[in-house]
Design a protein around this ligand. Structure first.
Ligand code: OXD
Length: 318
């Protein structure tokens, strides 16, 4: 079995190769473009170059090292093989930890303390969450969004928003405190969802329908003083509208793990904004051994023509 490997960080190759050889002993792993593409039966990639799959006639599946597959979906020379997102518990857990940490930041008012520190001010900041718990709103209830929702519902009042209601039946009925909304971004359900959420977490995939959905219009649906955590994609956000929403107080503060260009150019206004915490796309850490375990299982499913839970589809774009 031949696996062609490509990562924007080529240093990861040795770690993945060692883990694959341990768990899938009959696999040969080759670093693209050095290896022999003609032999590749599987590709394991993160943000692959545009024509990577063009000369891989024997390809049976493409595995994406992470949740977002838009870089693959946008390729012009995409063969008609399953595209599978490798999403294991370590990745889900890491996304949850990131969100949980930043929710705590807003709940305790650390963002407000930091702003006061810039002005050498020592006083308890005025934070609405001092005497009431923030209500959390999660946008996007796919594999990762649902996991985060399920963990958070143990300790917060939480709402979920999903664009496509039909594809998701929640296995356990939600009791009073928690609720799902669904529909388009211009619909009533989204407006209601925004109007009740104090901290909004975006976990959506990037598709033509979700591109730039966080804009002047949708910010206007939100409560004054909303906190935003974006672990989806930077392209979901209209940057100028986000800055204006911060200046007007519509947004209290934003935590952005993703931006439309990564990295942002040196002079970008986000770097120095007192309303923005930027992190360099770190939410989705994972344990390579555990991801390779997922890879090995999925290769077996594909060989047996079985369904793969995290398969992506061209028609829906993720
Ligand atoms: C992503 C990930 O898709 O980290 O951004 O999984």
């Amino acid at each position: 079995m031949h696996i062609a490997f490509y990562d924007t960080n080529p240093d990861s190759f040795d770690v993945w190769k060692t883990a694959i050889q341990k768990q899938i002993p009959d696999a040969t792993v080759e670093l693209y473009p050095k290896g022999n593409s003609l032999r590749a039966g599987y590709a394991l990639v993160w943000n692959p170059p545009e024509d990577m799959f063009r000369y891989m006639p024997n390809l049976r599946a493409i595995f994406n090292m992470g949740a977002g597959v838009e870089s693959i979906m946008q390729m012009k020379s995409l063969p008609n093989v399953p595209i599978v997102r490798l999403i294991d518990n370590s990745l889900k857990r890491s996304m949850f930890d990131y969100v949980d940490y930043h929710i705590t930041k807003y709940k305790m008012g650390f963002d407000l303390c930091k702003m006061q520190q810039r002005q050498h001010t020592f006083k308890v900041p005025s934070n609405p969450f001092v005497d009431r718990d923030p209500i959390i709103g999660i946008i996007g209830l796919g594999q990762i969004g649902r996991y985060i929702f399920d963990q958070l519902k143990e300790k917060h009042r939480i709402f979920g928003f999903k664009r496509t209601p039909d594809q998701y039946q929640y296995p356990i009925p939600l009791l009073g405190r928690n609720k799902f909304y669904s529909g388009g971004f211009d619909g009533q359900e989204f407006q209601q969802f925004c109007a009740v959420s104090d901290i909004i977490v975006n976990v959506l995939p990037l598709t033509p329908e979700t591109n730039r959905f966080l804009n002047k219009e949708t910010f206007s649906y939100m409560k004054d003083g909303t906190c935003l955590i974006n672990i989806g994609r930077g392209e979901h956000v209209v940057n100028q509208d986000l800055l204006e929403a911060c200046w007007s107080g519509k947004l209290r503060h934003c935590t952005l793990d993703v931006t439309d260009r990564e990295p942002l150019h040196y002079g970008h206004r986000f770097w120095n904004s007192m309303w923005i915490d930027l992190t360099p796309h770190i939410a989705g850490r994972y344990d390579v051994d555990s991801m390779v375990h997922e890879l090995a299982l999925n290769i077996e499913y594909i060989k047996d023509d079985d369904d793969v839970e995290t398969q992506s589809y061209h028609e829906r774009g993720y």
